[in-house]
Design a binder for this molecule. Structure first.
Ligand SMILES: [Zn+2]
Length: 329
């Protein structure tokens, strides 16, 4: 596929999305997969990776504008019965294990989109908030892509620790992270922070830790997980924990620990800017009154923004989400 084809395809897709939007059709991934599967398939065929979120944006839409619909039932591929979840039905009625069913019917759902919508929306920490209501393989790709675009590490160790639900969904739908990277067009070696030559043996871990120490590179967990996620995974595998690996080369882990400030969610100007950009990214309001009183309010963000940037408007300008000219209007 050459560059010209891509533009033509993307334009055609964008127009189709706009048409559906004008018709008032729901445009979340699950709904479009049900009604217009060719459209979702076409979007995910585009290389370099495009994804549904970016396709919507190209059509001038974001998640706050679109209608969402989640199908309440899923049909059994064997007998056609429609239920919210099929797990026990498959096992009891057809005496078939779930694994066997999935093998027999590749890609078959066993849980309806609406039933899966609660999954993974807990109070657990996520690097970026949800925008789809339920999980789909396509949404997983969009999320990992968006994380990378925001400079968030997407190696296994980091994702497992900091956005566990996304990590688990990667494994559920794609088995291995390398499959996800490939689908997104990322180089596994680069994003996974793997060693260039060979594997992380016990000795290699120890050597690398000493090397980082000698060359003054960060040795905190946070410093390493951002640049060399594979090192953390290997340290845990060979030594049980990262701390134990450090002790094995005579380093005192306590000396290198970085404690996050937990007393304020937005300790610095950059953390305020990050959060403003994140809200913009997921389509949450940034108006003063909206952030103070709206449905998705975050009063501490406004207070902190005013304190660190004088005014809320100046914080928005610093974050680059509005220009000074915009505010004069
Ligand atoms: Zn059945």
């Amino acid at each position: 596929m050459n560059a010209v084809d891509i533009t033509v395809n993307q334009k055609r897709i964008t127009e189709e999305i706009q048409k559906l939007y004008r018709r008032g059709e729901p445009l979340n991934i699950s709904a479009v997969k049900d009604r217009h599967p060719h459209l979702i398939a076409a979007v995910y065929k585009i290389k370099p990776f495009w994804g549904w979120k970016q396709a919507l944006e190209s059509a001038g839409l974001d998640y706050s504008m679109i209608k969402k619909h989640l199908r309440k039932h899923v049909a059994c591929r064997i007998c056609g019965i429609k239920m919210r979840v099929l797990m026990s039905h498959i096992q009891k009625k057809h005496q078939m294990s779930l694994d066997h069913y999935k093998k027999q019917y590749p890609g078959a759902e066993v849980i309806s989109p609406s039933s899966s919508s609660g999954v993974g929306q807990p109070r657990r920490r996520m690097e970026i908030p949800h925008w789809e209501k339920n999980w789909t393989p396509e949404y997983v790709l969009d999320r990992v892509y968006a994380m990378k675009a925001r400079g968030i590490p997407i190696n296994g160790a980091y994702m497992n620790d900091n956005d566990n639900t996304t990590y688990n969904m990667c494994c559920r739908y794609f088995k291995r992270l390398t499959v996800v990277y490939k689908a997104l067009g990322f180089d596994s070696q680069t994003v996974a922070g793997k060693r260039e030559n060979g594997w992380w043996t016990r000795q290699a871990v120890m050597r690398r830790l000493r090397e980082r120490c000698d060359t003054g590179q960060g040795l905190s967990y946070r410093a390493i997980v951002r640049s060399e996620g594979g090192l953390i995974v290997a340290a845990r595998k060979h030594f049980g924990s990262y701390d134990a690996a450090m002790r094995s080369v005579g380093l005192n882990p306590d000396k290198y620990r970085i404690f996050k400030r937990r007393n304020h969610p937005y300790p610095t100007q950059s953390s305020v800017i990050d959060e403003i950009c994140r809200r913009k990214f997921v389509g949450l309001t940034l108006s003063y009154s909206g952030v103070v009183r709206g449905e998705n309010r975050d009063k501490s963000l406004v207070m902190r923004g005013r304190k660190l940037f004088e005014t809320w408007d100046k914080a928005l300008i610093a974050a680059g989400v509005v220009s000074a000219d915009d505010l004069k209007k």
